[in-house]
Design a protein around this ligand. Sequence first.
Ligand code: SF4
Length: 303
Amino acid sequence: MYPFSFTKVSDIPGALAAGRRGGRYIAGGTTLVDLMRETVERPGALVRMAEAAAHPKVRALYPVVSQALELSASAQLRNMATIGGNIMQRTRCTYFRDVTADCNKREPGSGCAALDGYNRTHAILGTSDHCVATHPSDAAVAFAALEATVDLLGPDGKERSVPFADFLLKPGSTPDHEQALRQGELITAVAIPAHPRPLKSGYLKVRDRQSYEFALTSAAVALHIRGGVIREAKVAAGGVGTVPWKLPAVERHLIGERPSKSLWTQAAEQAADGARPLEYNGFKAELLKRTVERQLRIVGGAA
Ligand code: SF4
């Protein structure tokens, strides 16, 4: 680990003042300290993941958020890691964490070892010729589905709100540029807009083992069904995109229809539209469709 200095602050103005002097914000530290230890990183929102998952309002109104948080990491990590840190976490691409490998995200212009390497866990959506790494957060998939916003406070005291879809950036030709954060900005909240009630929702995560593993595919689904008709549908996928992947074609297919087994199947058929599989991850396109179909059935019923 490189030497670094750690400044402890007790309030937001103190954090902003420290941010103006450069460096990175650290909250729970469960990801950032790992990356510093591996010398990948050199150098926000402080609600712990476990706290948010267990909050009665989150459980009652947005089970999709609770479930996504509870299926993340381990209990120990969830007790320490924060919501801000979770959505800001870096990719789990093994080449990114191997400082001897070529990686445009870690070392711009060096190349991408994953393109011709072992890319079974990498992305099939939102990729570029420069980077194919997935975004690892489960909670971010739920936030993307619900069209949350990220509230930011700048070092000059200016506040702004960024739609979740614009906060995490696809790699394009600059995969090292991952969020729409400006230097010194602090995440103060992740806000979920009001959705019509009742809203049924849930999160399904498919992975190689049932605990402490990142998603191969996942689906966050929220449905507002009134009078037997789907009035609002919010669907996003994880484990497949370079950012949490919203599925507007699936949503459009659902709205105005009555829940049925065939509707779930037909809607999910569009989940992998635009996918660009690599040598070892072609299975993800079919797995994604099945994941979305299953979660629509779980949330929407009508077996
Ligand atoms: Fe680096 Fe992205 Fe390539 Fe992984 S996929 S090696 S993070 S550039």
